[in-house]
Ligand binder design. Structure first.
Ligand code: GLU
Length: 294
């Protein structure tokens, strides 16, 4: 196998919790099980959602769990130039266009079409500002959107979930690359950085599986390689919803990292371990290697 490079890419919207540790542990184990390199990338492009100091706290929590980045940690907030270059390339090649629609404009256009407002929890953009529909028509440009090629049925095979397909045109629509507030969209930043960092294997939470098709379209448009994908089980809160800071997930207890790791390991179907953190990680790496060939 070519060089294996994996990553954990948390958004610093709060400390690590039981759910995010599952993704961190799985990506680390997968990298170690395949003799690979593991990186940490702080995804702080959505600055209004970031919490001051959460990035450092996440790094401390990972270190307490024996999960240290093999290369210097990267912060997306310092990489705007790369995202702008990628956007310029997409514009030059006819893969992006400016959009002047406000949220209200989009809702009105969807109502006029009699279309259902929500699919996959996001409004499917009706294509109002597409160049073939007349473009901005005098409106100021607010955002940049990806111009989805006519047929956008994307198929890929997830290592855990199996074959997946999504028609991005009908299920998502032309998605945002740069937001009206000037911030970079996660999709673009992630596609650019995974390629720039040479990521060969993405292992992350199942809640992000829905983004994969959009990311593959961006990789194709930017002629970047597509990594292999594996989405890990989600930890559900008491209300049956994905555990998140919003529904009361507690920060991991730095005083007892093995307990937190054992809980994450259980979600991944790994046996409990009573030794030290490093012994547990070594034991789980062996189990993982036979359970999940790359
Ligand atoms: N930053 C994203 C999050 O914390 C994860 C991105 C990814 O792993 O692709 O939800």
């Amino acid at each position: 196998m070519a060089v294996y490079k994996g990553r954990f890419a948390p958004s610093p919207t709060g400390p690590l919790h039981a759910g995010s540790l599952v993704a961190a542990l799985a990506s680390w184990l997968d990298a170690r099980a395949h003799g690979g390199i593991w990186l940490v990338r702080i995804e702080d492009v959505d600055m209004p959602r970031c919490v001051h100091g959460a990035d450092q706290l996440i790094l401390q929590q990972l270190a307490a769990c024996g999960l240290d980045s093999d290369e210097p940690v990267v912060w997306q907030s310092q990489r705007s130039d790369r995202y702008q270059q990628a956007l310029n390339q997409l514009i030059e090649q006819g893969h992006a266009y400016p959009c002047g629609c406000s949220r209200k404009d989009i809702e009105a256009a969807l109502r006029a079409q009699g279309a259902s407002r929500e699919r996959h929890h996001i409004a499917v953009y009706p294509g109002t500002c597409r160049p073939e529909h007349g473009g901005l028509q005098g409106k100021p440009a607010r955002a940049w959107r990806f111009w989805i090629p006519g047929t956008a049925e994307v198929a890929w095979t997830d290592r855990r979930l199996g074959p997946q397909t999504q028609n991005v045109a009908t299920e998502v629509g032309d998605f945002i690359l740069k937001r009206a507030d000037g911030l970079w969209a996660y999709q673009l930043a992630m596609a650019v950085d995974d390629a720039a960092q040479g990521i060969s294997h993405v292992v992350r939470g199942e809640d992000l599986a829905d983004n994969t098709a959009r990311q593959i379209l961006l990789q194709r448009a930017l002629t970047l390689p597509t990594p292999s994908y594996m989405h890990t089980p989600l930890v559900l809160g008491a209300n049956g919803e994905k555990l998140s800071k919003q529904n009361g997930a507690e920060a991991l207890d730095l005083g007892d990292p093995l307990r937190a790791l054992n809980a994450a390991a259980r979600s991944l179907g790994l046996p409990p371990h009573t030794g030290s953190v490093s012994q547990a990680l070594t034991a789980w790496t062996t189990v993982w290697a036979s359970a999940w060939p790359a």
